[in-house]
Design a protein around this ligand. Structure first.
Ligand SMILES: [Mg+2]
Ligand SMILES: [Zn+2]
Length: 272
């Protein structure tokens, strides 16, 4: 059942806060962050904040320690593991950075569930300082999307992923997100795909203004319990549809060996 691509935003979708704010707040740099916020784009500000942390004696180890304490809803990890175990191709599309995301996913033991992490590059330089760079080099080649911040258009990333899969594979997409940056990709999802906006968060507000602009089927969620239940239900629903198509296309239906004891098709057990 490799017919489903599940794309997750990271902040406030997989984890239950914003990792950038979390690191800055936990290390005691909220005031400086707020002071600089009106003067710099977010991505540039995060690079600057990492420089400030370094010059005030905060080490990479200090950053890793706070990342490992990041809040996450207890049902999100089981949901991700179940989706992965059912054969879905899971990917991350996030405006955080590779260092934060890799550190957190490895710590949570779910890094290997994801085939791809699309985010801003984050790396430790020779001075032991974390650098955070833009995903798109906006000076050399601006992405040209008016909905998105200059460092990242998630819509372009989704388009790239959609185009990288041949139409014959007939994959279905499920996209989960909360932020304004998740609105652009939601507009690019095709019919028969699924959009899971977090209820009462910016992407949900934007979608609600004119839901007809989104071709994908919309399923809102509020917390990790919802996320797990709805995501696994959608995966189940798609799997049943795929099996039904397979059966109708195959006149040798009788030869399918379905155990009488096991209701068919039982792809996923959805926990209530
Ligand atoms: Mg988010
Ligand atoms: Zn965009």
């Amino acid at each position: 059942m490799a017919g489903i691509v599940v794309v997750f935003d990271f902040d406030k979708t997989i984890i239950d806060c914003d990792s950038d704010n979390w690191v800055v707040d936990e290390l005691g740099f909220t005031d400086l962050f707020n002071q600089l916020l009106p003067t710099l784009p977010w991505n540039t500000l995060m690079d600057r904040m990492m420089m400030e942390l370094h010059s005030h004696g905060k080490t990479i180890e200090n950053i890793v320690e706070v990342l490992q304490k990041i809040p996450i809803h207890p049902r999100v990890i089981p949901a991700i593991k179940a989706a992965h175990a059912s054969g879905c191709d899971l990917r991350v599309v996030s405006d955080a950075n590779t260092f934060f995301i890799e550190t957190i996913l490895k710590h949570l033991g779910i890094r290997d569930c994801f085939s791809e992490i699309n985010t801003n590059p984050g790396f430790v330089d020779e001075e032991g300082k974390l650098r955070i760079l833009p995903y798109h080099d906006f000076n050399k080649c601006p992405h040209g999307c008016s909905l998105c911040p200059s460092n990242m258009c998630k819509g372009l990333i989704i388009e790239r992923i959609q185009n990288s899969i041949s139409p014959e594979e007939n994959k279905r997409f499920i996209y989960l997100g909360d932020g304004a940056g998740d609105y652009c990709p939601s507009l690019r999802l095709k019919e028969k795909y699924f959009m899971m906006p977090r209820k009462n968060f910016p992407v949900w507000d934007l979608i609600c203004k004119d839901p007809l602009l989104v071709k994908a089927e919309i399923h809102e969620w509020s917390d990790g319990d919802d996320l797990e239940r709805i995501l696994l239900q959608l995966i189940n629903k798609i799997s049943i549809e795929e099996s039904a198509q397979f059966i109708s296309a195959d006149c040798k239906l009788q030869t399918l060996s379905v155990s009488a004891h096991e209701p068919f098709p039982q792809v996923l057990r959805v926990q209530q």
